[in-house]
Design a protein around this ligand. Structure first.
Ligand code: ADP
Ligand code: MG
Length: 234
């Protein structure tokens, strides 16, 4: 059974069909990359999955339930976590406080501080826990966001361009982190860095003008002439 399933999912913005008729099925445990040119509809698609924006058409099922009209906080409680392109950390709070806020969305119990500490250790930020988040380097701020997603112990972690703006060394660290996370969590990763995609993805879905134009294993996608034309630049 699929952890996440969409049927005919679509979203219009006025006259623009940003996402059209998308059928997506994520198997529990896989790492799926979602790629496509700028404006292809990737952010719009995952925004519908997590309930930040409403679908114009179609359905979304998650963990065996239809969630198409459920509010975002209910989907979070069901095990969906996400980080978006735009940094959403609270700059004035410490790293620990940011992560604590995220963990509290799904659990507020005696084990809270332990979970926060474990999550910080998982992403390698334990040494910066008491720094003001806004004072961190950009790459570390992105890690805080990943920690905020992971702190919710999600069944599905959705990451929208997490390596954007990272140095090569930081990208390598990120790849290792997601490999470790993927042992326990299904991951849906929007990513422009094709090396990161090839290193992490079990399967790749390619979006162009709002539609899925290809889907398959990394080697198949890399060899697909339609994908090369639309995205990989021939
Ligand atoms: N809130 C919005 N209002 C109007 N148009 C939007 C909105 N969000 C996205 N779009 C448009 O939808 C299309 C897909 O955008 P987006 O999902 O952000 O693409 P991607 O993440 O693949 O770069 C683009 O043409 C974009 O301009
Ligand atoms: Mg986007």
């Amino acid at each position: 059974m699929s952890l996440l399933l969409t049927e005919g999912l679509g979203r219009r913005f006025g006259g623009l069909e940003a996402v059209r008729d998308v059928d997506l099925a994520l198997r529990e445990g896989e790492v799926r990359a979602l790629i496509g040119p700028n404006g292809a509809g990737k952010t719009t698609l995952v925004s519908m999955l997590c309930g930040r924006i409403a679908a114009s058409s179609g359905r979304i099922h998650f963990a065996g339930r239809e969630v198409t009209r459920l509010p975002a906080h209910r989907r979070i409680r069901m095990g969906m976590a996400y980080t978006f392109q735009i940094t959403s950390i609270f700059a004035e709070l410490t790293v620990r406080e940011n992560v604590r806020l995220a963990v509290q969305r799904v659990a507020d119990d005696a084990a809270l501080e332990l979970r926060v500490a474990e999550t910080l250790a998982c992403v390698g930020l334990e040494g910066r826990a008491d720094q003001r988040a806004g004072d961190l380097a950009y790459g570390h701020q992105r890690l805080v966001e990943v920690a905020m997603g992971l702190g919710q112990a999600p069944r599905l972690l959705i990451l929208d361009e997490p390596t954007q703006g990272l140095s090569d060394g930081e990208v390598a660290g990120f790849v290792a982190l997601i490999r470790a996370v993927a042992r326990e969590t299904t991951v849906l990763l929007i990513e422009h860095n094709i090396d990161v995609v090839m290193a992490l993805a079990d399967r790749i879905t390619v979006l162009n003008f709002g539609r899925v134009i290809a889907e398959g294993a990394p080697a198949e996608i890399r060899a697909d002439p339609v994908v090369q034309e639309a995205y990989l630049g021939g």
